[in-house]
Design a binder for this molecule. Sequence first.
Ligand code: HEM
Length: 231
Amino acid sequence: GGAEHLPHVNFSFDGPFGHFDLASAQRGFLVYKQVCANCHSMRLLSYRNLRELGLSDEQVRAIAADVQVVDGPNDEGEMFERAGRPSDRFRSPFANEKAARAANNGALPPDLSVITKAREGGAQYIHALLVGYEDPPAGVTLMDGMYYNKYFAGHQIAMAPPLSGDGQVEYTDGTNPTVDQMVRDVSQFLTWAAEPEMEQRKAMGVKMVLFFTVLGGLAYAVKRKVWADVH
Ligand code: HEM
């Protein structure tokens, strides 16, 4: 059968006045960093972009310095590893697609930079996918190394349930890291990553509606005046 109808969850960014919940997106980054980044790259993001999530320069520098990135060639023509800098792109977990597949039973973990745009349903789908694991229904046999997921197209997915236990990620802001909370937070983070300018876009939309409402009213007033003497 096809994909199930997605369970609806509310997000702060829903609707024309939607906005990002930066605290949630920051926690979502922790989830990405501690869990998803073991398999998924986010090649379009640089560490310095985390400033826009409200992290300080120091925090960003520390996060970047925590990873080893490949740089070079140096004067001797060799590649070398060094500590990351804020200007570096997020480090990819695998050197190339072949290595990624070899580590994942032949499947390729997609880059998550714009995943909420690439999949129908966006954040709703990410949320559903992460909570959609269950035992296969009677009569369905899973292929080797595959898991049953209600919301994945075809239902057999090569990704083991990545968030399966409360407290799997350590939060620093006092929020209780239940599975549900972590799933919401990482969905928030991935939505921000795919469209950091969403708030400006929505604000512009609201202004356009106001502008055309006023313009429409003026046009109507002018029309009434111009045609006032025509009987
Ligand atoms: C696929 C998200 C952690 C391995 C995916 C997809 C998403 C996703 C959105 C695409 C599903 C689709 O094609 O519709 C996440 C998130 C994670 C996470 C948010 C962290 C919370 C991991 C980890 C691994 C992994 C830790 C490896 C141990 C894979 C693989 C696929 C995949 C192999 C391809 C599955 C297939 O095509 O059958 N993931 N993932 N993921 N992920 Fe993850």
